[in-house]
Design a protein around this ligand. Structure first.
Ligand code: MN
Length: 636
């Protein structure tokens, strides 16, 4: 030992000194030749084990034992030798009139991020308990100090809760040995003690400082030079900061994305970034799987049905696995008034919420519920900045290492959402340089939309990464995209072959061509393409054949899908007018200037459609409006 414990054998007394170690002392606090008070904690054939502190014990060999001892007996010993490897060897010591001195452990808390290099060492951690999980064996206290997160195993009896007074959220001091077990790296604890007084204040501040430092987004430049991204950059950094902070605090993240290509691109990028950052900062290799959930939203808003399911899962994870409630992240969705009923559910549980969307926002409606709301409309831009573009940047700010794998994804998202942004040329060049030419990027978009239809409420974990071309097998990616595109195009051709025979075409007084098609009678339903995609395909066909302005209405038994080119549809106003004119029609719906859908009760179908045509007659011709940001309702 180079440095001794905090006592002075040459004190101004000739009385022998016997040391009492504080519970959190480690083998570093003892010194050969010194006397210690201990307790017998094991009796074996070859001697007795004597414990001096939770993490300090050694052997009195039977050859030097002076009496019989039982577990629990108090005993004063002299430390004869610290053996190579750290085992302690004691001899019994009988000292009359000895002076007792208390030895407090002087420790420097070890940053959790350095534990990978300390396997086998006894360490001291100061941190916050972020999860308490009872296993069939030990109790796992998952501890975060702002630099990383590590499970600390404490064993009472198999399946019995250790330290029952210590709960999630407490700041604690952990002493234990860093071990690599069947479940990755963990600390086998000797002691966990709640921090108090000055130590508590100091640890709280240290954890906050470390969190601020480690949660700060990575320093990266945007993939392309674009003033729109510059205007959004602070918001994107704020989202990245919240994702990193959640990870470092052991908080799960739930990502809900619109179930189209742009939404999938955005959701998968965030998921990949989180998984990477969690793997870097959490000792448990299963943490990425347990802490990230990505799910599609079939509706173009957060449905109450979905939030109910998400909250149920979160509460169950809290009760069964001691997890914190998640951070919710809405992408390519979440900016509208229709989202607020679900947000009220989240608010009831005090869960944080972040939104990255590029649909025309109702900021007043959603912002009371949202901690960070990123939307190009809020900085003077529009849907042409797609959420896939935004979230690839957020992903890079969380985990810059995935830049290369995702460099073609903004182009895929932009093409799928028909972005006409000037920056598309740069994104396409970037994709091309990565081996994804424009035709292939379009094919990925079609394949992802088709896959999303069949995945329904499933995230398609693994498969969807291969479709996007961010998986690890380029050959499989190509094969999968070819397959899905063939199938999707064949299904659309089949749908068009039937439906195009039954178009009801008229010209409104304004000169707008109105095309109606009864999807219930003339389209395959409950299969791909769904009514939104079917109506879009018919509409695109008509525009190609006849030119603008055109409105296409795909009609179902209790819904209608609307698409237009060169005409300004104000769908929210139409919904209001229809409800005013038709009592009991129960009209609802939404959308944008050129795409949307409405629902109504089936019994009022004819009346609603008639009134709808009257509404269309007043629609304003606007040649600048094309098929922008088509958020198709996947009605089926
Ligand atoms: Mn989108």
């Amino acid at each position: 030992m180079t440095e001794g414990p905090a006592f002075d054998v040459a004190a101004d007394t000739d009385r022998p000194v016997v040391l009492e170690l504080a519970d959190d002392c480690t083998p570093e606090d003892v010194e050969e030749g010194a006397y210690y008070d201990g307790v017998v904690d094991g009796v074996v054939d070859y001697g007795v084990f004597v414990q001096l502190a939770d993490a300090v014990s050694g052997l009195v060999h039977e050859s030097v034992l002076d009496a019989d001892y039982a577990v629990g007996d108090e005993l004063t010993v002299q430390l004869r030798e610290i053996r190579p490897g750290g085992d302690l060897s004691f001899v019994p010591a009988a000292l009359a009139g000895a002076e007792r001195q208390r030895v407090a452990h002087q420790y420097e808390a070890t940053p959790i991020e350095t534990l990978a290099d300390r396997e086998g060492e006894v360490v001291h951690l100061d941190g916050r308990v972020v999860q308490v999980k009872q296993t069939g064996g030990p109790t796992l206290f998952v501890v975060s100090d702002g630099t990383g997160v590590v499970p600390c195993a404490a064993f009472e009896r198999a399946g019995v809760r250790a330290y029952p007074t210590i709960e999630s959220g407490d700041l604690v001091h952990v002493v234990g040995r860093v071990e690599r077990g069947g479940h990755g790296r963990q600390v086998e604890t000797d002691a966990i003690t709640p921090l108090e007084g000055a130590a508590l204040d100091g640890a709280r501040e240290a954890v906050e400082t470390a969190l601020d430092e480690h949660a700060a987004p990575a320093e990266v430049d945007p993939l392309v030079e674009w003033d729109a991204l510059d205007r959004l950059w602070d918001g994107l950094e704020a989202v990245a900061e919240q994702l990193r902070r959640a990870t470092l605090e052991g908080r799960p993240v739930v990502i809900r994305h619109h179930a189209d290509t742009d939404g999938i691109a955005a959701g998968v990028a965030l998921e990949a970034a989180l998984e990477r950052f969690i793997a870097e900062t959490h000792a448990d290799p299963a943490a990425p799987r347990h802490l990230v959930t990505r799910l599609p939203s079939k509706a173009p808003y957060y449905e109450v049905e979905d939030v109910t399911r998400d909250l149920g899962a979160a509460l169950s994870n809290r009760d069964r696995h001691g997890q914190r409630l998640p951070l919710f992240v809405m992408v390519d969705n979440g900016s509208t008034e229709e989202d607020t009923p679900a947000y009220r559910h989240l608010q009831a549980y005090d869960v944080p919420l972040v939104v990255v969307d590029h649909h025309a926002p109702d900021a007043d409606a959603v912002e009371p519920f949202v901690s960070t709301h990123v939307n190009p409309y809020l900085v003077g831009d529009d849907y042409r900045v797609t959420v896939g573009m935004c979230c690839v940047e957020v992903a890079r700010l969380v985990a810059p290492g995935l830049t290369e794998a995702f460099s073609h994804v903004p182009a895929v998202a932009g093409l799928a959402d028909r972005s006409s942004a000037d920056a598309m040329a740069d994104y396409l060049a970037l994709a091309d340089a990565a081996g994804f030419d424009e035709a292939h990027c379009r094919a990925i978009g079609d394949a992802a939309d088709y896959a999303a239809y069949w995945l329904r409420y499933d995230a398609g974990r693994g498969v969807i990464q291969d479709v996007l071309g961010v998986g690890d097998d380029p050959a499989r990616h190509r094969e999968l995209v070819d397959l899905l595109v063939d199938r999707a195009h064949a299904a659309i051709r089949r749908q068009l072959a039937g439906a195009l025979q039954h178009l009801d075409e008229t010209t409104l007084e304004s000169g707008v061509r109105l095309v109606r098609v009864d999807l219930d009678a003339h389209a395959h339903r409950f299969t791909y393409p769904a009514p939104g995609t079917t109506t879009g395909a018919i509409h695109d066909h008509v525009v190609r054949e006849t030119g603008e302005p055109v409105i296409t209405v795909g009609i179902g038994p209790d819904f209608a899908v609307l698409r237009s080119d060169g005409v300004r549809l104000d769908i929210p106003r139409m919904v209001d007018d229809l409800n005013e004119a038709l009592a009991g029609a129960g009209v609802s719906g939404g959308g944008h200037l050129v795409v949307g859908s409405i629902r109504f009760v089936a019994g009022m179908r004819e009346a609603v459609l008639e009134a709808l045509v009257e509404e269309m007659a007043t629609a304003e011709i606007d040649e600048s409006l094309g098929a922008a940001s088509p958020r198709t309702y996947t009605l089926d």
